[in-house]
Design a binder for this molecule. Structure first.
Ligand code: GTP
Ligand code: MG
Ligand code: ZN
Length: 286
């Protein structure tokens, strides 16, 4: 659930939390127990730290900065206004999720500020094949939907500063001390203070509380051309239809991109990412 100074809080299947220290062997093998890991523990004989971590299960994924393992679901929060939606960030996160085997869910917030635009944006991404949830000042997520999202899952919330991540968490958990994605809070504490990632049990799953999910280091992870279509399911749906099998849907002869139903905005962003990837690979000769 969290790790501070080499001491880890382990959540047992019955919900009880205990303290454990990793066995020395991990340090030698350079395996660092990470929040989100599934592990086996044994009694240590030390009354202060009564357990030893003896093994760590293979990870489904590992995010760095924030350091968290085995993320199942990422709620990508986007507000329709104040701040304006950063659709490039949204599309990048959508490209990243399948690469990391994470299920993305788009959460459109502040729909009260511009209901018609909000509905249009929600439809644009629903047409692309994504799940889009909506919240406003008055409207929260339905309980059964929240349970379905969390049940058995480790769930993170990402999004620009000010989109309403903390607001959502307060409304979900009623807890004030959770500060998911709280950039503003981090700034208040000073730039160099790092807060630890922590998991909270919630509705049969875990909510990831981290100060750093806003950026998710999207650019650092690096998107390759073969990853790109993972964020554009509507383009995947026309694969094999264009004249050329390796069509990039970028103005080629016989391209059937219009049959994909992709929106103008998403196509433009796809092509912009494609240009950047092609340019970068030319420069580095890859
Ligand atoms: N009108 C309206 N305002 C909202 C809604 N949700 C959140 N807000 C407001 O938006 C502001 C920012 O919300 P936060 O929850 O702090 O945003 P955050 O994503 O946690 O921002 P950082 O911590 O900076 O990353 C607050 O003043 C909220 O009251 C909404 O659905 N409608
Ligand atoms: Mg916040
Ligand atoms: Zn094509």
């Amino acid at each position: 659930m969290k790790g501070v100074g080499g001491e880890y809080t382990i959540h047992l299947p019955d919900g009880v939390c205990v303290l454990a220290k990793p066995r020395g062997i991990f340090r030698k093998r350079k395996v660092i127990p990470t929040v989100g890991d599934y592990c086996e523990i044994e009694p240590s004989g030390d009354p202060d730290i009564p357990f030893t971590i003896v093994s760590i299960a293979d990870r489904k994924n590992l995010l760095v900065r924030p350091s968290v393992a085995n993320v199942d679901v990422l709620i990508i929060a986007v507000s329709i206004s104040n701040p304006q939606p950063d659709l490039k960030l949204l599309d990048k996160l959508l490209i990243l999720c399948p690469k990391l085997s994470i299920d993305p869910v788009i959460l459109l917030t502040k729909t009260d500020l511009a209901p018609d635009e909000a509905e249009a944006l929600a439809r644009e991404y629903e047409n692309a094949g994504y799940r889009v949830l909506r919240t406003s000042k008055e409207e929260m997520l339905p309980d059964d939907l929240v349970r379905e999202l969390f049940s058995g899952n480790t769930v993170g919330i990402a999004g620009q500063s000010g989109v309403g991540k903390s607001t959502l968490c307060h409304r979900l958990t009623g807890m004030d001390h959770i500060e998911v994605g709280d950039i503003s809070e981090r700034l208040k504490r000073g730039k160099h203070t790092t807060r630890h990632v922590e998991l909270f049990p919630y509705e049969g799953g875990f909510l990831i509380d981290t100060p750093g999910f806003s950026s998710l280091e999207v650019d650092r992870i690096g998107i390759k051309e073969e990853d790109l279509l993972g964020g554009y399911p509507e383009l995947l749906s026309i694969s094999g239809k264009c004249r050329f099998l390796d069509c990039r849907h970028n103005g080629e002869l016989g391209c059937k991109v219009e049959e994909s139903g992709i929106s103008e905005g998403r196509l433009a962003r796809y092509r912009e990412f494609l240009d950047i990837i092609i340019e970068t690979s030319k420069r580095y000769g890859k």
